[in-house]
Write a protein that binds this ligand. Sequence first.
Ligand code: GDP
Length: 300
Amino acid sequence: MLDNLTQRLAKVVKTMRGEARLTESNTAEMLREVRLALLEADVALPAVREFIAKVKEKAMGEEVIGSLTPGQALVGVVQRELAAIMGADLGPEATQINLATQPPAVILMAGLQGAGKTTTVGKLAKYLKEQKKKKVLTVSADVYRPAAIQQLQTVASQVGADFFPSSASDKPVDIALAALDHARRHYHDVLIVDTAGRLGIDEAMMQEIAGLHAALKPIETLFVVDAMLGQDAINTAKAFNDALPLTGVVLTKLDGDARGGAALSVRHVTGKPVKFAGVAEKLDGLEPFDPNRMANRILG
Ligand code: GDP
């Protein structure tokens, strides 16, 4: 079992006398421990570097108040900064789903195959229906895997959301526009569009989803990413962020043993807030993202 950050830093500072300030010298060794802890939590290296630089800047000269040790003081800075970067400093609106548009509000789902897109469509439909009292229509623009269309239909019926049938012989953009027209005529508040995912990044897939984005003009374009991807999440996030104006991220499979470093990596590379966390296979396993909780989880 790995020590948590407080324990690790306690070991480093054991040799230090009660110093009243965080200084270059008493901080350097502790920052090495922070860096290691982040790498162990699967945060990608560029994100770790940027974060450490920020913590260093904030920590220098910080008073070590009362009975705190320098280690405890630094853990406080690290925790605050981590939560801030992941959204705590953005205000609640930035991390909440945005539906502030003329209905139907369109939500476009992007991500690799297996990331949890279809499951998340179901979870999101349930959340919007129950928590926000919205009438939700779902549609699949995945014409490559008929099983995917079927899967969405099953998921939609489980959560009591409407489902717009699509045919694998139609073009994704035509399917999505037909669903949008249907949503308008039937007074749906929200249309959630599931899209095809490939096993890896490929140009054709990126062009297709960019075309869907251009046609639908979604208010939310959510990048769905598997927390278990660890450091690889950064490459996937970069490819999707380059191809699409993402508005937010859904981090799935946080019920697994991933420490959640992907949350920081994805935030680093996209600049977009994580809005939801997938915490179970079941369709009620979606939670609004909590930056403070995630900071604690990453730090172990
Ligand atoms: P898609 O290919 O992106 O549409 O991915 P799916 O929605 O089909 O999900 C792939 C697998 O991941 C399925 O077995 C889901 O049940 C599972 N899954 C999705 N989200 C979660 C989650 O938050 N937790 C767990 N444990 N499993 C999930």
